[in-house]
Write a protein that binds this ligand. Structure first.
Ligand code: ADP
Length: 656
């Protein structure tokens, strides 16, 4: 090498030494610093002037000085130490993690005369490592399945959570395609997910179904995010799956119990609105068969006819009566004895395995085309007074269908049915016992009023006390039903008074138009969907019982709502004609046939078509007529079927 070349090389090295980002410094064997570049100044804080000739131990924390001596032994022996991680101290006394490469410096004879050091701060590197370790710990300990996959869908990482959730070990899963976990009918989902990921989009809380190693289907919530490399390129996706099977099941079971509540509610509503025994039993049988998912249901009950003859009757749901016609009712088996005797419920997973069933039992004799029922549930229906009316029977062709929950449901329905049957019987008796009837009604309605009033009080308190939600809605529904009940009891009470000649009227002169306005206001508040038209002309003075006339008007308006639910327009007209005041309530409902028009003002009369789907005792018009009669007035109806009904009452106008 020429001198020139040599000096050029020195200059090059010098410029590297000055310009490089790593701290470079040298010291001799006395540990005195001989060279110090600007990056060293930057890292340690000492300027060139401050540090040259100073001991290198200035840069080494006390507890690391032994380490330095050990290194020096190696250096003197001519060894190089690469990327040694340790701690160094800055001028400000700060201890910083560094990575140092230490090499011996030799004289031309090859003798070691010192060492050169290249140091780099690794603060950031350490922080990144720490962060990664922390993340790795989170991933490892998570209960969620955390899975990495390439853009081609190949699984690249698999945590313990994934192993627990899907049943595959890390070795089994890594390298496999993600479709391993996807049910065949959902494979398309993966394309959509990957499409999103390629577009850099996250897929958040996607609810779907995945498959375990054992073939079990899991409801999971998936969050998939793109994985980016250092240059921001999307290289794969991380998938976090949470098992929401339990949550889904809970949701399903809530929905199921809500549905059951609704059915139970509708059963109780419809059977209580009905007073015809056969109807009640058919409704109960139909609804309960549906409620518990039975193949067939039957209500078998004991009926005593007028001659005192006892016979078994039944209603059937889910199968034709012919199916059972050739079999004795109750069926010839001891198994259901318990139900018929009222002792309790019989629930059987497979009747053919029950020794009590016997070889001659209907099942074995049944022709092929009949229902081959093996699962059975039989619940006695017992009245309040302890009389076994009969039993509800349900069957299914598969074994083990009926569970405790079904039993509980049927027991609830059975007790509701018993009450409804009791009511219907009571009603029949009340209708037929003409001598005792009036006395009974008076007593019953009177006795009913007290508990009703207190129930209504408690419910109102409850309804105000509970927060918004299901409980409040139920309280409101209960109050509505109670209001209806109250009306019925009031009607009964009035009837008993009319019959006993005790319905007192307090006559006073007053303007009917005021009363009409009050009644209209109350009505409009309660029935916002209705349009109430009113035309009242001038002063309408009458002498009458204000409360009782209000009752008549309310009854007519109530009927217009009840029997014309589709038509929401009602017209009230009040007009003086000669010496009378005529008040009419006109609806747009289905109207009333001529035959029925002649009957509806009599006691207990209800139009047949209305009996099934509306509540009522057929007393409102009877009472109204009595009230109007006793005012010296008249009440009548005009109607053409299909064109609404107009009820009018006429009262003598008051003149002083
Ligand atoms: P309830 O309403 O309790 O049955 P009411 O004495 O008030 O008793 O009515 C007797 C019957 O008259 C009702 O059952 C119904 O069939 C019929 N009815 C009453 N008002 C109307 C109306 N506005 N439109 C059609 N039918 C009516």
């Amino acid at each position: 090498m020429t001198r020139l070349q040599h000096s050029q090389e020195l200059l090059t090295l010098q410029s590297i030494f000055e310009g490089i980002d790593d701290a470079i410094f040298c010291h001799d064997l006395d540990m005195r610093i001989t060279h110090w570049n600007p990056a060293a100044e930057q890292l340690f804080g000492y300027s060139h002037e401050e540090i040259i000739d100073e001991s290198v131990y200035l840069l080494i924390p006390e507890n690391r000085q032994q380490e330095k001596s050990d290194i020096m032994r190696d250096i003197i022996a001519g060894k190089r130490i690469g990327q040694f991680k340790t701690i160094r101290r800055t001028m400000a006394g700060l201890e910083i993690p560094v990575s140092i490469t230490i090499s011996p410096i030799r004289d031309p004879e090859g003798q070691v005369i010192g060492s050169s050091q290249i140091a780099r701060s690794i603060i950031e590197e350490n922080a990144a490592e720490e962060k990664q370790a922390r993340l790795a710990a989170i991933v490892a300990s998570s209960d969620d399945a955390i899975v990495g996959k390439s853009l081609q869908g190949i699984i690249t990482s698999w945590n313990i959570g994934a192993e627990n959730m899907f049943g595959y070990t890390e070795q089994e899963a890594i390298g496999q395609h993600i479709s391993l976990l996807i049910p065949p009918d959902r494979l398309d989902e993966e394309d959509v997910i990957i499409e999103n990921i390629r577009a850099g989009k996250k897929v958040d809380h996607f609810q779907t179904i995945r498959r375990t190693k054992g073939g079990q289907q899991l409801h999971i919530s998936l969050t998939v995010s793109p994985i980016l490399n250092k240059t921001g390129e999307i290289i794969g996706a991380s998938k976090i799956a949470r098992n929401i099977t339990a949550q889904k099941e809970a949701e399903r079971s809530i929905a199921k119990s809500m549905e059951r509540m609704e059915i139970l509610n509708s059963i109780s509503k419809s059977i209580n609105e009905d007073l015809d025994l056969q109807h009640i039993l058919q409704k109960v049988t139909d609804a309960t068969t549906r409620l518990i998912g039975a193949d067939f249901g039957a209500f078998i009950y004991n009926q005593v006819d007028q001659a005192g003859e006892s016979s078994w009757l039944y209603t059937i749901s889910g199968a034709s009566k012919a199916t059972f016609e050739n079999f004795p009712i109750p069926r010839n088996t001891a198994v259901f004895q318990q139900t018929f005797s009222g002792e309790g419920v019989v629930r059987i997973d497979d009747i053919t395995k029950d020794p009590r069933y016997g070889k001659n039992s209907p099942y074995f004799g049944m022709p092929e085309e009949y229902l081959q029922v093996v699962s059975y549930l039989a619940v006695p229906v017992i009245t309040h007074s302890g009389v076994v009316i009969g039993g509800l029977f349900f069957g299914h062709q598969e074994a083990g269908i009926f569970k405790k929950e079904h039993e509980d449901l049927v027991v609830t329905v059975a007790s509701q049915a018993a009450v409804a049957i009791d009511n219907s019987r009571l009603f029949e008796e009340v209708k037929n016992l003409s001598d005792k009837k009036d006395e009974f009604i008076a007593l019953a309605s009177h006795e009913l009023k007290t508990p009703l009033t207190s129930m209504s009080g408690f419910l109102q308190v409850l309804q105000r006390a509970v927060p918004d939600g299901t409980a409040k809605i139920f309280a409101e529904k209960a109050l509505n039903q109670l209001a209806k009940l109250n009306e019925l009891v009031n009607d009964l009470f009035d009837i008993s008074k009319i019959q006993a000649g005790k319905l007192q009227l307090n006559f006073e002169p007053f303007d009917l138009s005021n009363l009409l306005n009050e009644v209209a206001d109350t009505f409009e508040q309660a029935h916002t969907a209705y349009h109430l038209k009113m035309s009242a002309d001038g002063e309408l003075l009458v002498s009458g019982d204000k409360m009782r006339l209000e009752q008549v008007l309310t009854n007519l308006l109530g009927n217009a709502v009840k029997y014309a639910p589709e038509a929401n327009e009602i017209t009230i007209t009040a007009i003086r004609i000669g010496s009378e005041i005529h008040i009419s309530v006109k609806d747009q409902g289905p109207g009333i046939s001529i035959e029925n028009q002649q009957q509806i003002f009599s006691q207990f009369y209800r139009v047949k078509e209305h009996e099934r789907n509306t509540s009522g005792l057929g007393l409102g018009l009877y009472i109204s007529k009595d009230i109007i009669d006793r005012h010296g007035g008249r009440i009548w109806v005009e109607s053409t079927q299909g064109h609404g009904a107009t009820f009018t009452f006429a009262l003598p106008a008051f003149t002083n």
